[in-house]
Design a protein around this ligand. Structure first.
Ligand code: BMA
Length: 338
């Protein structure tokens, strides 16, 4: 392996080798979708979700829309990363004094381990408007909410897995209250996860599969080539939005700077479980596992707002592919604040 990866190592990776003759940069797991409709009595659909290695298996925070079509986040455990035990009740949050503090709704969670703490970001309701909710757990039993990171309207808050130049760093996508018809990726810093500032623009929606809006996906993966950022991009068709995903490399010390950005998508909805469902044509990645020894990667994505699916690849190949197909757009070259 050429690339050096600094991330939470996954030994017992869920994995399937590239099918013979497959030339795509990432390939779909043949057992997709791994979880879907009516997984528990209270949950109708389980999709955009995040997980990390934990103990001798995995733990995850899963987006589930319930039988009233409310957006919730539930805890789930797995031995192999493929078969999941999903709790029927949503995660119950407390505030920093230990008093119950439940969000009105919660969706599209991300999950990252920093030191001995697991941080969860999600799209939360703040005065019934969406913004980035944050909290942490050390044991997946008690979940403590922190201050909401940003003012409404915002979505797709993704914390980096370590401080950079002394500060926590978070990607986000300022938006509006509906099915937002715009959106670029921004980055903010905080010394303490309470006060956020030094906001910069990372990159903008451009053309083709990512012409309408973009949003960060899994926790960025640190490599010697830069931060590997997998993100979703949206195309507006006459039949609605199509969510694909692609990848870019961000500067290690200044991740508001895009080094390379692949022009084509990595994956666009093609399989039935991506094109048919509650919201057809959605592939929405929120999480990735990596084996830092051999660079295998498993990308978890929500499919058609109905199921969870997995795609596999190699970090080495993805980085080569990004560089070979890179096209930087106006706004990617660290204009920061203009
Ligand atoms: C976005 C979010 C995602 C969803 C996507 C497609 O705005 O709400 O949770 O997967 O739309 O419906």
């Amino acid at each position: 392996m050429k690339t050096k990866i600094i991330a939470q190592n996954v030994k017992n990776m869920p994995w399937e080798p590239r099918p013979e003759g497959n030339k795509e940069i990432v390939w779909r797991y043949s057992g997709n979708p791994i979880i879907g409709r009516n997984a528990t009595p209270s949950t109708a659909r389980v999709f955009n979700s995040a997980l990390v290695p934990y103990g001798d298996g995995f733990v995850g925070v899963f987006r589930a829309d319930d039988i009233y079509t409310m957006m919730r986040v539930h805890l789930a455990h797995s031995k192999d990363g493929i078969n999941w035990d999903l709790e029927d009740k949503p995660i119950e949050w407390v505030d920093e004094e230990g008093k119950p503090y439940q969000p009105f709704y919660a969706y599209d969670p991300r999950l990252v381990k920093i030191d001995d703490t697991y941080y969860i970001m999600w799209c939360t309701s703040f005065g019934y408007n969406p913004t980035i909710g944050m909290g942490y757990t050390k044991d997946f039993k008690t979940f403590t909410r922190l201050e909401n990171a940003f003012l409404p309207f915002n979505r797709n808050g993704v914390l980096f897995p370590r401080k950079i130049n002394g500060n926590y760093v978070m990607l986000s996508r300022p938006s509006d209250n509906g099915h937002t018809p715009f959106g670029d990726i921004f980055i903010s810093e905080s010394p303490d996860l309470t006060y956020w500032g030094k906001h910069r623009k990372v990159m903008a929606a451009t053309d083709g599969w990512q012409h309408l809006k973009i949003g960060a996906g899994p926790i960025p993966i640190e490599t010697n080539e830069g931060w590997l950022m997998i993100y979703h991009g949206v195309l507006h068709t006459c039949n609605g939005y199509v969510y694909s995903f692609g990848a870019a490399l961000l500067d290690l010390e200044n991740p508001s700077k895009v080094l390379y950005r692949a022009a084509p998508y990595m994956l666009t909805p093609e399989a039935d479980y991506e094109t048919i469902g509650f919201v057809p044509n959605v592939a929405f990645p929120c999480s990735a596992l990596v084996d830092t020894d051999d660079g295998r990667i498993a990308i978890y994505y929500g499919a058609a707002d109905t199921h969870i699916a997995v795609a596999f690849g190699y970090v080495d190949e993805i980085i080569d592919w990004i560089k070979k197909n890179s096209k930087l757009y106006h706004g990617d070259d660290n204009i920061g604040r203009d």
